[in-house]
Design a protein around this ligand. Sequence first.
Ligand code: SF4
Ligand code: SF4
Length: 331
Amino acid sequence: MESDNTPNSIPNFYLATFIITYKCPFSCPMCFFSCGPERNEVMPKEMAFKTLEEIRNLKISTVCVTGGEPFLQIDLMHDLIIKAVSYGMTVILVTNAFWAVSKEAALEKLSILKKLGLKWIQFSLDDQHLRFIPISRIANALEAAIELGFEDIKILGSSKGNTGKFKYQLFYLEKILGICIDNVDIIDRPHVSNQYFEDHEQAKFSLQELEKTENSASPANKPGDCLTELLIDVNGDVYPCCNNFIGRIGNVYNNNIKDIIYNLNYNHYFNIIWRSDPCKLARYLDKTLNTDFCDKRYGSWCELCAQIFQNDSFRDLLTNTHPYGCRKKTN
Ligand code: SF4
Ligand code: SF4
């Protein structure tokens, strides 16, 4: 199914990710959403279903269900998978596989999901997750997914900038635990966290260095490439990429998704990032609003986005209610 959500020139979003809960058995320091055992936020089912329907109407054909740990909201996870599959959508589940305590347990859990129509599954693997989750559980989950014939299986790393460790983890899975990962896709993204100021693991780049897209800290090879995914947060906030470091572009309780996307056409700041990159936005803000983003050092583009948008003055820069933004709505 082809995406058809853009009345003008704004990129076609091809994927919508639902953060259904912040609850997780662990508290990884680099967690995008600062999830953990003490977090109880859950996406209301009515809101999730209403948003899913809007996404379907926009012909966005792929939906990702994650958290936090989606297995801790198993009913909502199942309901969303069933509904999205009934809409003819491809569903991706992202999980840390803490539940895969044995291969049998993994087979039991994943065979239920397979029957519901889930075909794509992704498992997180990096040194932060491995502080809490034994690699044997990733191995159990992978083996079960392979045995059950999942169509698309991915390992999601966040070690870019620290690739030696990631390579060793993959080596361990293959050579020590004997898991055949020939047909498993490997994705390794830059390591960024909400506690980015405390993240000293990555080399830090000046803005000039960061602007070179061949740099391993860039999540995209060309401008706009990372703005292809809608992220629906537990509270209804909508973000235009795979994490919440960038500013929110609206909230599903205030606007429908179609209007939220349409309004991006008129948001000057969004257009700067989309047509160039966050470095250009940093330069523009320094020039027009007397900020000092160009003088700092960053681990990656995402960290730069985080530094810009987690600043209280710019949190809503990409929404049309911000005083610096433009206001335009569809009928
Ligand atoms: S396991 Fe994943 S969702 Fe849970 S705290 Fe760690 S990064 Fe966040
Ligand atoms: S946070 Fe910024 S740089 Fe990172 S993926 Fe999102 S838009 Fe791209």
